[in-house]
Design a protein around this ligand. Structure first.
Ligand code: CO
Ligand code: ZN
Length: 330
C-alpha cells in the first residue's frame, strides 16, 4: 500500500485537472471491477457488481488536490497567483510548485527576510526562472501544485496531497481485497472536492446510492497547542459524527461503529469543527442519501507535508471489506 500511496501522491492533480491521477487509478483497478467509466466532470466510477440481494453502495474519495492558479504575469516574468481550494499563505514561503507541463517554480514573497508576519496573498509570487513576460513557460490560468517527494518514517508517511490520495489508496485496496459481496459497490474517485465537492454531487445524482460513505482525511488534536479534537494519528480510522457541513446518518454511523467493535478494529469518533467532505454533497443529493464518513487522521492538512499513519489506512480497508461482505441493515 505504501508504493501505491507514493505513486498517487507524487502525481499532479489540482481540482479540475485530475487526469493523471485518474489514469493511475484506472490501471490499478481495471482487473478487479465489473465496469469502469468517467463522467463529464471527470469522476472515475468503478462498479464492482454484487452477487445479488444487496444494496447500491457508493464510496467516494477525491482525486483532486489544492493548487495555485496563475492570475497575472508581470514584465519580468514573475507570476502572481490565486488559490484553487484552501491554500494557506503561511505554508508557501520558499516552497516549490510544479505545473502540468513540468515547469517548477519557487514561491517568493515581497517581504522576504524583512518580516515575520504571515504573508498576504497579494504579496506572494512564483518565480519560474523567466526574465520577461515572453519567456514565461506558463500562462494565465495554468495551475501549479506543491512539489515534494513522498517520505516514509516507519508507519508514518509524509507527502503532499495525502488529502485525499490516501483515501483513494484505501478505496483501491478495498476493491482489490473485497472478493464476493452481495452489494453493488460503486467506488467513486471524485473530482473538484477542494473547490466545493462538485464531482461528488453529480456522481451521486447519477448513481442514486442507497447507502454512501466518503473516505477523506481529518485533522488530529495530538500536536502541540492543537485545537481540541479527539482524534490521534495512529489510533485508527475515525467515524465522523459531525463536521461543519455534515451530520452523519445515525444508521450509517452505527453500522461503522458496530462493525469496528465486532471486528476488534481500532477506531475513533470524530467531531470536526471546521471543513467538510464529499459526504455533505452526497447526503444532499436527490431526496437525500443515508451517508456517513470514515476519516483518515492526518497532520498538517493542506500543507506540502501532510502526515498519515499507514495503520489507520489499513484499519479503514479492513473495516470496509468486512462490512461490505455482509448484508447492510441501517
Ligand atoms: Co482538502
Ligand atoms: Zn480532502
Amino acid at each position: 500500500m505504501k508504493d501505491l500511496i507514493r505513486t498517487l501522491t507524487e502525481a499532479y492533480g489540482p481540482s479540475g485537472d485530475e487526469g493523471q491521477v485518474r489514469a493511475l487509478i484506472e490501471d490499478t483497478i481495471r482487473d478487479v471491477v465489473t465496469e469502469l467509466r468517467t463522467d463529464s466532470l471527470g469522476n472515475l466510477i468503478a462498479l464492482k457488481r454484487g452477487s445479488g440481494g444487496g444494496k447500491r453502495v457508493m464510496i467516494a474519495a477525491h482525486m483532486d488536490e489544492i493548487g495555485l492558479i496563475v492570475t497575472h504575469i508581470d514584465k519580468k516574468g514573475f507570476l502572481r497567483v490565486g488559490r484553487v481550494g484552501g491554500v494557506f499563505a503561511p505554508t508557501l514561503m520558499g516552497g516549490r510548485v510544479r505545473f502540468a507541463n513540468g515547469t517548477v517554480g519557487v514561491i517568493g514573497w515581497e517581504k522576504w527576510l524583512r518580516s515575520n508576519d504571515a504573508p498576504k496573498w497579494e504579496e506572494v509570487f512564483v518565480d519560474v526562472g523567466a526574465s520577461s513576460l515572453d519567456d514565461a513557460p506558463v500562462q494565465v490560468g495554468d495551475v501549479a501544485c506543491f512539489d515534494r517527494p513522498f517520505e516514509e518514517l516507519g508507519d508514518r508517511l509524509i507527502a503532499k496531497a495525502m488529502d485525499d490520495r490516501s483515501g483513494c489508496a484505501v478505496l483501491v485496496q478495498m476493491l482489490r481485497e473485497l472478493g464476493e459481496s452481495p452489494h453493488d459497490v460503486y467506488a467513486v474517485f471524485t473530482t473538484q472536492e477542494e473547490v466545493g465537492t462538485r464531482g461528488a454531487l453529480v456522481s451521486a445524482f447519477g448513481i442514486e446510492p442507497e447507502v454512501a460513505l466518503a473516505i477523506d482525511v481529518t485533522d488530529t488534536g495530538d500536536v502541540p497547542e492543537a485545537t481540541p479534537i479527539a482524534v490521534d494519528l495512529g489510533a485508527g480510522p475515525a467515524v465522523k459524527v459531525m463536521d461543519r457541513g455534515f451530520l452523519a446518518h445515525s444508521g450509517v454511523k452505527e453500522w461503522l461503529i458496530d462493525g469496528a467493535e465486532r471486528l476488534g478494529i481500532a477506531y475513533q469518533r470524530e467531531v470536526l469543527q471546521a471543513g467538510s467532505t464529499d459526504a455533505r454533497a452526497i447526503q444532499l443529493t436527490r431526496a437525500g442519501v443515508p451517508t456517513g464518513a470514515l476519516s483518515l487522521p492526518a497532520r498538517y492538512i493542506h500543507s506540502p507535508s501532510e502526515m498519515v499513519d499507514v495503520r489507520d489506512l489499513q484499519g479503514a480497508v479492513k473495516l470496509l471489506v468486512a462490512l461490505l461482505r455482509e448484508p447492510i441493515t441501517l
